[in-house]
Design a protein around this ligand. Structure first.
Ligand SMILES: NC(=O)c1ccc[n+]([C@@H]2O[C@H](COP(=O)([O-])OP(=O)(O)OC[C@H]3O[C@@H](n4cnc5c(N)ncnc54)[C@H](OP(=O)(O)O)[C@@H]3O)[C@@H](O)[C@H]2O)c1
Length: 323
């Protein structure tokens, strides 16, 4: 038997229940994993709350690290005992063990521990997609990064600095401002202040090249206002609620802006794309260029408390659930 989190109805953190279940044998293209560390992500909250619809009952979770326990007949790249991690569109990582598609798994290099891998797979691959694929960041770029002390944000800031860009971070508290500065952001603004005017002033009145906005409802229009003509609005999350529906005219009147709404899984949908992005991420973590910030851990059975803290903006960096 294995412990697993399930929810039978959408709602607040208390809909998450700790139960036990049997884990079956893997199919031909699958493996069975014993999880050692599970990553918490805001998308888990969207699915639990009903903002993103999933069939019920459901087990949340799209990120974890673990050890391979059994291998399907057609799986060639993995064997029993391998340490692996994943970021998968298929939920179900809030469990002590699971069966899953083998082609979503990557081996964890020896110099990276399991907690780090679980904290960085989905969030780090998101940073890779945002900085290297959605828009190819250059040294001359000024970037606005919301929730800069958060899970994705803390990796995004360090990676953007490594690429030579100017990072203007926006955070929700003075304590998080200290975190963003330590991560390397050259400018740190508070979300309660007039961060649009401040970002404009920092860029000599022009505006930023790219706005990475994961907050959504509360910041979306401000992020558009902070962009320079032909700037790129990357709306990649809804932590405060979904962004407003806007007319394309809002983009033209602010200077022919670009708008994209990327989802990680469209950028790592093939095995080569996943392997390339993961290698780039692991290389930067292995060389110490990116230091994955694990701000807090919780027992997996206490996932509801972790959700409550994430939603209340009480967490910094990544959160890891221990099975
Ligand atoms: N598109 C994709 O493929 C993709 C992939 C991964 C993640 N994401 C998105 O990236 C964002 C970050 O994810 P994460 O897991 O790393 O979470 P996180 O950034 O660690 O946590 C969310 C942060 O958002 C900020 N926030 C601002 N207003 C908020 C509000 N009303 N309620 C809650 N939080 C608020 C808070 O930081 P402050 O207190 O500093 O404001 C909070 O700590 C999420 O929006 C997520 O959906 C998107």
């Amino acid at each position: 038997m294995t412990g697993i989190i399930r929810f039978y109805e959408t709602g607040g953190p208390d809909v998450l229940r700790w139960e036990s279940t049997e884990v079956g044998e893997p199919g031909r293209d699958e493996v069975r994993l014993r999880h050692t560390a599970v990553g918490l992500n805001f998308i888990d909250v969207y699915e639990r709350s009903g903002l993103y619809q999933v069939p019920l009952p459901a087990t949340p979770g799209k990120e974890a690290a673990g050890v391979v326990e059994a291998v399907g007949a057609r799986v060639k790249h993995l064997q029993v005992g391998d340490r692996v991690a994943y970021s998968s569109g298929q939920s179900g990582s809030y469990a002590q063990a699971r069966v899953m598609a083998a082609d979503r798994l990557v081996k964890i290099p020896d110099n990276i521990d399991d907690n780090t891998a679980a904290a960085a797979m989905l969030k780090g691959l998101t940073a890779q997609a945002l900085l290297r694929q959605v828009y190819k960041v250059r040294k001359s770029d000024a970037l606005l990064v919301h929730a800069a002390a958060g899970g994705v944000g803390s990796i995004l800031v360090q990676w953007a600095r490594h690429l030579g860009a100017t990072v203007i971070a926006v955070v929700g508290s003075a304590a998080k401002a200290d975190v963003a500065r330590e991560l390397g952001a050259q400018h740190v603004l508070l979300s309660d202040d007039d961060w649009v005017a401040q970002a404009k002033a920092i860029t000599g009145g022009r505006g930023v090249t790219v706005a990475y906005d994961s907050v959504g409802k509360d910041t979306f229009m401000g992020s558009l206002d902070a962009l320079r003509p032909r700037g790129m609005m990357v709306s990649y999350g809804n932590a405060s609620g979904p962004p407003p529906a806007i007319s394309p005219l809002e983009l033209s009147k602010r200077g022919s802006l670009f708008l994209t709404r990327p989802t990680l899984f469209h950028y790592i949908s093939t095995r080569p794309a996943l392997a390339r992005a993961a290698q780039e991420l692991f290389d930067l973590i292995g060389r110490g260029v990116i230091k994955v910030q694990i701000g807090q851990t919780y027992p997996l059975s206490d996932a509801s408390r972790a959700h409550a803290d994430l939603e209340a903006r009480r967490t910094t960096g990544s959160t890891v659930l221990i099975p």
